[in-house]
Design a protein around this ligand. Structure first.
Ligand code: NOJ
Length: 968
């Protein structure tokens, strides 16, 4: 009965969608997209033409060096269009990154040039120590602390090369595919003949009579002025303006990144002999229903950042363009990679990040787009979601069931059915008569709620969010530029707020205030500060739009077309929501916002998930790779729907999915409205007990996750680290993307994503001992794939020798109840008998950490003599202020801070130290200084299991410096 009354109209749309799987015909292939077709045809011609040469060149007489010595500027011409002017600017930044910008000068229209203002945190600082040396054929600069980086700008044809130690790292336009289609007037053309393509799209081809540039641009005009695809026609009012550029990595045989695609981390080829995919990777944020588990098709978000890697170095390119972009990848040898980027509009604004290793690239990228702020601590707990918990009573019952079973959960979620007619913020009073009381009941147990707010607003004159946006005139406009664009989404006929319009910002921030505003304007009074927000459908998803999104000729603030800003659109929405949720409390508290669509920089505004995955083993496996790709793209706070969004996973699959989810930064179970309920307490034994164990494991590891977050906040290094990031010189790890390290903790995990598995293999790269996290079995790898047990109850999780891992092992029902719990330290000794690790703590809620209110400890196990080991704790905050690349908030430390004082007063301590791999029987364990004896137990090493020393209650306060001395 509920389903009938609540779903109403929308159920029809659902049924239509649900009855079909991935609908390839909903999305364009490259051959169905005019500019991609043109770009690929250009690349094809270049291969077929002997002595191909780029028509673009620099006019040396126009060169100027400005801003001291760092910025090179010059005019660029294309031999095809001598009357058209382009401007090139190359600037070397303080950190050695090179920014290359090119735009048409004095053109008929303006190309979109505002992507940087949304994506970058600041204008990058320019180097003060650059000397450009101009020659006859090129101009060059040499820099870097070892003076080993060189940038060469060749005049004719235009080419830009970055080298290190004499070896080319990145070459722009080396293959002569650079092409910035200039704005032009539409000539009176012969009648257009529309030729249907085999896939049902339409190509519009005009044969140009006498075209001297045909060798480069092709003899025919192809979809320059208008493009029809299915029932949609894109009017392209400005005509052609696409941008093609080839980027080669001559000494790098593998590339990673450009999320989001369902594919391997090491990107398979898309062109050349035996190409793995036939289409380029596409970046065009899209709501792809039941997407494939292996495909270059674009998904919900886009980060145009690509790492190129070899045993010798890592470099990257960041192509700051917001329009639809296709990227071809090929290898001319196993040592080099060639890529070709084809974008629909916008200026060229490209950063070359010189590395030379993954960590340096992370820092260079973080300096540009920022790092993830520290999350609200509950965000790292377990999130229970489904479409939908249908009433406040339902929510209370779910919570009760968790409590009865004594299993932890931090957040209960509400999907779209809480909102009457899918008018977000407006509770369905029949099913949710008491929303504030419901939220308060959840909050009373130390938990939070997350409620969905989608970007489409139902066009209903009684819906205050819609009418306010309408009054403010901040809705996206149709191509005429007049009135409001109207499309179809969950509520039926809807409009979309244009968050590019500053007039929308203050209003949106006011809407989330859970109290009546002065002046009487509407805000979400039926909410509390314990409600956080889920932003979905923000690609944006438009059910009746081309490719399930907005028409490209829709108009945004500033007159820009939707095509210009499409990939940034979703980021703006989560950005504003994040600000709105922070602004509702005074002083502000850390918001939690989950977004589906994203772009470079979205890491600053909360978490993402990989969207609507299927309940299949393939999707489970590829979800890990997608989260890894996001992590190296700067967006670490990521996860995929546990259980799979579609389908009813069998218990074994669900257990494995919990193992995957618990080892991801964002850990949420979610399910489609048509699926059976599958909350963990509904499982039968033994599955249920295994899942409870996994949830407890996640909670015990929260200090590890939070500490890893601190690191990414400060350095930009990802939380999940694939093999090539940790061991950049080990070639055998370059293609491994089913195991990864968690932060700098030394924890290595290899979740199982196959059915009926009792063992698996793990690759141990280095000559180090690895300890099974649970059994303390030891493994010595050094470049080998080692078999490890992996039955359903066994998660392959290892501690790398040399690490100290801090956990909290008291079972609690929510993370907020663990604030003052004691710690356990696992000291996993290296083969040389030493170890270290760090632990970061703060209140997990406010911004006081930015004023130095935190505790950051380092634990070190070091040999004192041949037969004695000291384990000590010291304050890292005062000892080692870190240079922050993104968020500089954690660089100020107050050693006497009141947060630390509270931990001290509450007597928060280390309750247990486990020392793994001690080489000898301990004779005594004492507190150094006082000489006090400590109780301990010792289990000598057995075949394959490390010796284990358990020190109970080492009298060690977490905020104090202390040393424990072990004689053996
Ligand atoms: C699509 C989202 O991807 C999914 O997670 C959500 O449940 C539905 N929209 C309904 O809101």
């Amino acid at each position: 009965m509920w389903a009938r009354s609540v779903l109403g109209l929308v159920s029809l749309a659902l049924v239509v969608q649900d009855s079909l799987a991935f609908k390839a015909h909903d999305f364009k292939t490259c051959s169905q997209s005019g500019f991609c077709r043109r770009g690929r045809a250009l690349a094809k011609r270049s291969l077929e033409t002997q002595s191909w040469q780029s028509p673009y060149s620099i006019d040396p007489s126009t060169i100027s060096i400005v801003d001291g010595q760092a910025v090179f500027k010059a005019g660029v011409k294309s031999s095809l269009y001598p009357d058209i002017n382009f401007g090139l600017e190359v600037r070397v930044q303080e950190d050695g990154a090179v920014r290359v910008r090119m735009d048409e000068v004095g053109g008929l229209h303006k190309r979109y040039d505002e992507a940087a203002s949304w994506s970058l945190i600041a204008d990058p600082k320019i180097s003060q120590s650059i000397q450009w040396k101009a020659g006859k054929k090129d101009i060059r600069a040499v820099y870097g602390s070892k003076k080993d980086i060189g940038v060469v700008i060749t005049y004719e044809p235009l080419q830009i090369t970055l080298s290190r130690g004499g070896k080319d790292q990145v070459v722009l336009n080396g293959r002569g595919l650079l092409h910035m289609e200039h704005f032009r007037k539409k000539e009176e053309a012969p009648a257009v003949e529309a030729t249907p393509t085999p896939e049902g799209g339409e190509e519009q081809v005009v044969v140009k009579a006498d075209n001297p540039g045909a060798w480069f641009e092709g003899a025919e005009e192809d979809a320059l002025w208008e493009e029809t695809w299915g029932q949609w026609t894109d009017s392209k009012p400005k005509g052609p303006e696409s941008l093609s550029i080839d980027i080669s990595f001559p000494n790098h045989g593998v590339v990673y990144g450009i999320p989001q695609h369902a594919t391997r981390l090491a990107l398979p080829t898309t062109t050349g002999e035996n190409a793995f995919f036939s289409d380029p990777y596409r970046l065009y944020n899209a709501d792809v229903f039941e997407h494939l588990a292996s495909s270059p098709v674009s998904l919900y978000g886009s980060i145009p950042l690509m790492h190129a890697h070899s045993e010798e170095s890592t470099v990257a390119v960041f192509d700051l363009v917001a329009s639809e972009t296709w990227i071809d990848v090929s290898h001319s040898s196993d040592k080099s990679t060639e890529t070709h980027w084809i974008s629909e509009s916008g200026i060229l604004d490209l950063f070359i990040l010189p590395g030379p290793d993954p960590d340096a690239v992370f820092a260079q990228y973080a300096k540009l787009t920022g790092t993830a702020p520290l999350p609200a601590a509950f965000g790292l707990g377990y999130h229970q979601c489904r479409w939908n918990y249908v009433s406040s009573e339902d929510v209370r019952t779910v919570q009760k069931r968790f409590d009865e079973e004594n299993i932890p959960v931090d957040v209960l979620w509400l999907d779209i059915e809480y909102a009457v007619d899918h008018e977000y913020f407006m509770w369905n009073e029949k099913t949710f008569p008491d929303p504030v009381e419901m939220v308060n009941d959840v909050a009373a147990t130390g938990r939070k709620m997350v409620v969905i707010v989608d970007p489409h607003l139902k066009r209903d004159s009684n819906y205050p969010a819609f009418t306010a946006a309408q009054d403010l005139k901040v809705l996206v406009k149709p191509k005429s530029g007049e009135g409001e664009y109207e499309g179809w989404c969950w509520p039926g006929s809807s409009s979309w707020v244009d968050f590019f319009n500053p007039a929308a910002w203050d209003w949106w921030k006011s809407v989330f205030k859970p109290y009546q505003l002065e002046g009487g304007s509407w805000s979400w009074t039926k909410s509390t500060e314990d409600v956080h927000i889920w932003n979905d459908m923000n690609e944006p998803s438009v059910f009746n739009g081309p490719e399930i999104t907005m028409p490209k000729d829709n108009i945004h603030y500033g007159g820009w077309e939707h095509r210009d800003i499409h990939n940034i659109n979703g980021m703006l929405y989560s950005n504003l929501t994040y600000q709105a949720v922070a602004a509702r409390s005074d002083p502000p508290k850390r918001p939690f916002v989950l977004t589906r669509a994203f772009y470079a920089g979205s890491q600053r505004f909360g978490a993402m998930w990989t969207g609507d995955n299927m309940g299949t083993w393939e999707h489970m496996a590829v979800g890990i790779k997608m989260v890894l790709a996001n992590s190296i793209g700067g967006f670490s706070f990521a996860g995929s729907d546990v259980g799979g969004f579609f389908g009813n996973p069998e218990p074994e699959m669900l257990v494995r999915w919990y193992q995957v989810g618990a080892m991801a930064p964002f850990f949420r179970a979610h399910a489609h409205i048509d699926t059976k309920r599958r909350e963990p307490y509904l499982l039968a034994s033994p599955y249920k007990d295994i899942v409870y164990g996994i949830l407890r494991l996640r909670y015990s590891m929260l200090p590890v996750w939070y500490t890893a977050f601190r690191e990414t906040t400060v350095t930009g290094r990802p939380i999940l680290r694939p093999q090539y990031v940790v061991f950049p010189k080990d070639k055998n790890g370059f293609d491994i993307d089913d195991q990864y390290f968690i932060g700098s903790s030394g924890l290595l995990v290899k979740p199982v994503t196959e059915k009926d598995v009792t063992e698996t293999t793990v690759y141990f790269s280095d000559d180090q001992v690895y300890y099974d996290y649970f059994t303390f079995a030891t493994y010595n790898g050094k470049g080998s794939h080692v078999k490890v047990p992996a039955a359903l109850h066994q998660l392959p999780l290892f501690i790398r020798g040399g690490s100290i891992v801090s956990t909290r092992e008291r079972p609690r029902r929510a993370s907020s109840l663990m604030k003052y719990d004691p710690f356990t330290l696992r000291v996993a000794l290296s083969k040389d008998g030493e170890a270290k690790g760090d632990l970061y703590l703060d209140d997990g809620e406010t911004y006081n950490h930015q004023k130095g209110e935190y505790v950051w400890r380092e634990f070190v196990a070091a040999k004192k003599t041949r037969n004695s080991l000291r384990i000590s704790s010291h304050d890292l905050g005062s000892l080692k202020p870190t240079e922050a690349v993104g968020d500089s908030s954690l660089t100020t430390y107050n050693p006497k801070n009141s947060y630390a004082k509270t931990l001290d007063e509450k007597d928060v301590r280390v309750e247990k130290i486990l020392v793994l791999g001690l080489k000898g029987n301990p004779k005594s364990v004492k507190v150094e200084g006082t000489g006090e004896d400590l109780a301990f137990e010792f289990m000598p090493a057995m075949t394959r299991a490390a010796s284990t020393l358990v020190i109970k209650d080492p009298r060690a306060k977490i905020t104090d410096d202390w040393t424990v001395l072990i004689q053996y």
